[in-house]
Design a protein around this ligand. Structure first.
Ligand SMILES: Nc1ncnc2c1ncn2[C@@H]1O[C@H](COP(=O)(O)OP(=O)(O)OP(=O)(O)O)[C@@H](O)[C@H]1O
Ligand SMILES: [Mg+2]
Length: 532
């Protein structure tokens, strides 16, 4: 029977903690980007490591100890009371003393536990940030500074933990005094009622009273520890229930047809965006029509809002004003999954996940091997991958560090090709890419993505001339949007000024690759020029 109760309790607590994990996980995954911008990583890690560990392991353990012992303590006191009914009178002041100690210090212990929970987050954040910036720390010989911050944060965290720990011990000592009084009273009664009660009963009462002394203290301590550990449940449920969430993944009434977008027309209509309410506008009144299957290069100074165009296309941030239409559908009205599953992005710092090459190309196991190889072939990665010992099953380490940045972009491009998206956004890596990989990337853009609307955020000016149109961003505004030949022919255009500043590299490129005739190049790409 008792075993069944514990089995039920274990199953119940495990079930509760895993459902709490699932709900907080789902809630974090559905948070808008701004939450991650303002929340230190340590705070989130703390929820998923220490708080969940408390709920998984420590909380059930303390709760079990409390439930185990409370019955023994109550039964022991009842035994003493049956043997010496006068003991009931003594129980009144003892009970009051016990209640006072418990009421006052329970609150303190609970608050100290909250303090301990909160103090852990900065320490977690520091460890994660240090790991991420390890090479910079070594390069600037900042090891001792980082270690000093580490130990300070650790001390602060330990101080909070020790205060919590000592306070439970403080309570234990006071409670021991109460339970010792029970022993003394029981012994006194044995002496006072000598001869009136059989010695065997005396012995029974005394042995139960002695047993109570240790257990009472432990039981009460476990009760207050159980309560204080529930602050972790409070922290988890706060995240699960109160975090701001993105709009639903699918909206039945407004979701577009399955084959949307079949053209790849992207229209920005007086689009404005700021990352958070308190920040200035990052995109200001962007107005443009991008035609189907057009190859557009986006250029501009650093911080001019190029990557932000990609951010808004995926609705990682919602508009402040204006709309974006893809094939005539207002993307702010449709479900997020319906939108994001139809676009592909190859980010500035492409990320590969720990696993295999296959997992990174096809995480949901949707394609056959020949399709994967075909995609790799079209992105010029076939030779590199087939040269690896395990080919598609070759391991990918954390952040894909066993591939160069360029190779990572090419693998991301292969993934985009497999998805067969009509609109693709490529944020060229700012990190140094060797010229061979760079030319492979450029070749892939020209050959593999001819059937898509390709928006490329370009950081190297010599690569932008080979596109249909160039978008020049300046301080969040779209200031020029024309074919390269048109922009280059106007000596006052910002683009010409940028090219002039780029100097000899561009001249060399232009000598070897004269600017294509715009209309001719479009005709070669096999579509009619339609103005939207
Ligand atoms: N997550 C963010 N939260 C707040 N502001 C941001 C965020 N990301 C970018 N910004 C700001 O938005 C502006 C535009 O940034 P964006 O990343 O779009 O520039 P960029 O043109 O891509 O620059 P780069 O060429 O360096 O990649 C910058 O002023 C930047 O500080
Ligand atoms: Mg950028």
């Amino acid at each position: 029977m008792l075993n069944d109760v514990w089995l039920f309790l274990s199953k119940g607590t495990l079930g509760a903690s895993s459902s709490m994990h699932d709900s907080v996980f789902a809630s974090i995954f559905r948070c808008p980007m701004k939450i991650f911008d303002v929340t230190p990583t340590g705070r989130i890690l703390n929820r998923f490591s220490r708080d969940l560990d408390e709920i998984d392991v420590r909380l059930p353990l303390t709760m079990q100890l409390f439930l185990d012992n409370i019955w023994v303590v109550l039964a022991s006191i009842l035994n003493v009371c049956i043997v010496f009914p006068w003991f009931l009178i003594a129980l009144v002041p003892l009970g009051i003393m016990f209640a006072l100690v418990n009421i006052f210090f329970r609150h303190i212990i609970r608050e100290l536990k909250r303090f301990d929970n909160v103090r852990r987050s900065p320490w977690f954040s520091h460890v994660t940030a240090s790991i991420q910036g390890l090479s910079t720390i070594h390069a600037y010989h900042k090891n001792s500074d980082v270690m000093a911050t580490f130990t300070t944060l650790m001390d602060k965290n330990n101080a909070a933990f020790l205060m919590y720990h000592f306070s439970t011990r403080w309570l234990a000592v006071r409670l021991d005094t109460v339970s010792l009084s029970i022993n003394v009273l029981a012994a006194l009664m044995v002496v006072v009622f000598q001869g009136q009660i059989p010695p065997s009963w005396d012995g029974l009462a005394l042995s139960y009273a002695i047993q109570t002394s240790g257990l009472l203290q432990l039981t009460v301590r476990m009760a207050s520890e159980t309560e204080s550990r529930f602050t972790c449940v409070e922290r988890i449920t706060h995240y699960a229930d109160n975090l701001e969430q993105e709009v639903p993944e699918h909206i039945k009434e407004s979701d577009p047809a399955e084959n949307w977008p079949d053209q790849g027309v992207v229209q920005f209509d007086r689009y404005q965006m700021r990352y958070r309410e308190s920040l200035p506008l990052v995109l200001k009144d962007v107005q443009c029509n991008i035609r189907p299957r057009e190859s557009v290069r986006i250029v501009g100074r650093t911080g001019s809002g190029k990557s932000s165009l990609g951010v808004v296309l995926f609705r990682l941030v919602e508009p402040t004003d204006g709309t974006i239409l893809i094939d005539g559908v207002d993307i702010s009205k449709i479900g997020l999954q319906s939108l994001r599953s139809k676009l592909s992005i190859i980010p500035q710092d492409p990320v590969l996940f720990v696993g295999t090459v296959r997992y990174n190309l096809d995480p949901f196991n949707q394609y056959h091997d020949p399709e994967l190889w075909r995609a790799l072939e079209r992105t010029y990665m076939k030779d590199a991958i087939s040269g690896l010992e395990k080919q598609l099953e070759a391991p990918v380490v954390e952040n894909g560090k066993n591939f160069s940045v360029g190779e990572r972009q090419l693998i991301c491009m292969a993934r985009a090709l497999l998805r067969n998206s009509k609109v693709i956004l490529l944020d060229e890596a700012t990190a140094a890419i060797d010229s061979e990989t760079d030319s492979l990337i450029q070749k892939t853009i020209h050959e593999a993505f001819t059937d898509c609307t390709m928006l490329t955020i370009a950081h190297r000016l010599n690569t932008v001339l080979n596109s249909d149109r160039i978008m020049v961003m300046e301080d969040g505004k779209l200031v020029e949007f024309d074919p390269p030949a048109v922009l280059m022919s106007d000596p006052n255009s910002r683009f010409s000024a940028m090219m002039a500043a780029a100097g000899s590299d561009v001249n060399k490129y232009l000598t070897n690759n004269p600017l294509p005739d715009v209309e001719e190049s479009r005709r070669r790409r096999g579509y009619e020029v339609v103005d939207y």
